[in-house]
Design a protein around this ligand. Structure first.
Ligand code: ATP
Ligand code: MG
Length: 263
């Protein structure tokens, strides 16, 4: 029987999570610009491929495939190599952001399987979640993926100015991810925090709706510049640590440190 936890791929994090992410669930990684969300999410997929023979689908809603490949090369991750072996699929879904326009699915993604339903018309926000789910599902089927990343879901959420519609859209996306039986990471953006280390901010609906939430805080401290600390805000089914812990981004990706962050 498979373990109920899936290793995160982030050195230092599994110990704080009580083993890893809860299998089959959706985890939100949220943080400010450049806080390491994309790297952390990709690290989860790469670790799955390299150590567990688990395949992954990375859905990029903002960065183009070209930029993603380049950025990730800095960490020694040869994404194209894994793509060729069908261990990883990168879905360049950035055109899906252009809500209100009508696009062809093959312009947004490079589907490798049958093209029966290859034309997806996006005329309103409600269609975009459906279109995205369809695209993700077909990639999961083709690669037999057990891990998915959607980065960042903010792009989609912003298309729904009405709070209720936004909530419904997020629920649709999360339900769809859970129904695929995969363990998923979605990312979202938060503004920078100033002062006391713990961000004072309005909690967006995705933080209530996801099964787990990891916050990457980047706070300005007088005389110390920006200090980075990770917090496991919630993780259903896990007996997790609740303290702030320093983290860094190095040429190996994100690492979390065991000591407590005391501000
Ligand atoms: N080779 C490297 N070594 C150390 N740090 C790096 C390296 N490459 C990038 N970084 C750091 O990682 C940050 C980018 O990480 P990432 O793209 O994961 O952030 P993000 O939270 O996804 O940002 P955004 O909100 O813009 O999407 C850079 O701002 C830089 O600080
Ligand atoms: Mg990013």
């Amino acid at each position: 029987m498979k373990s109920e936890h899936v290793p995160s791929g982030i050195p230092g994090l599994d110990e704080l999570l009580g083993g890893g992410y809860p299998r089959g669930r959706v985890i939100l990684v949220t943080g400010g610009p450049g806080s390491g969300k994309t790297i952390m999410a990709m690290q989860f997929l790469i670790d799955g491929v390299e150590r567990f023979d688990e395949r992954g689908v990375f859905v990029s809603l903002e960065e183009s495939r070209f930029h993603l490949l380049n950025e990730m090369q800095n960490f020694g991750w040869d994404l194209e190599k894994y793509e060729k072996k069908n261990q990883l699929a990168i879905v360049d879904a950035s055109p899906l952001r252009q809500i209100g326009s009508s696009i062809k699915q093959e312009e947004a993604v490079h589907l490798r399987e049958d093209s029966k339903n290859s034309s997806v018309h996006i005329r309103g926000p409600e269609f975009s979640i459906q279109a995205l789910s369809t695209v993700i599902r077909s990639y999961v089927r083709v690669t037999r993926a057990t891990r998915i990343v959607v980065d960042p879901m903010t792009s989609l959420a912003l298309q729904f100015p009405d709070e209720q519609n936004r909530r419904a859209a997020i629920i649709d996306l999360l339900d769809s991810l859970v129904s695929m039986g995969t363990t998923s990471i979605v990312t979202s953006e938060i503004g920078p925090s100033f002062g006391g280390g713990i961000t004072t901010r309005e909690i967006p609906p995705e933080e209530y709706l996801c099964h787990g939430v990891i916050v990457l805080h980047n706070s300005h401290f007088a005389g110390r510049g920006v200090v980075s600390a990770l917090e496991i805000e919630k993780m259903r089914e896990c007996k997790h640590d609740r303290q702030l812990h320093p983290y860094s981004i190095t040429e190996k990706g994100v690492t979390v440190y065991a000591e407590r962050f005391l501000g």
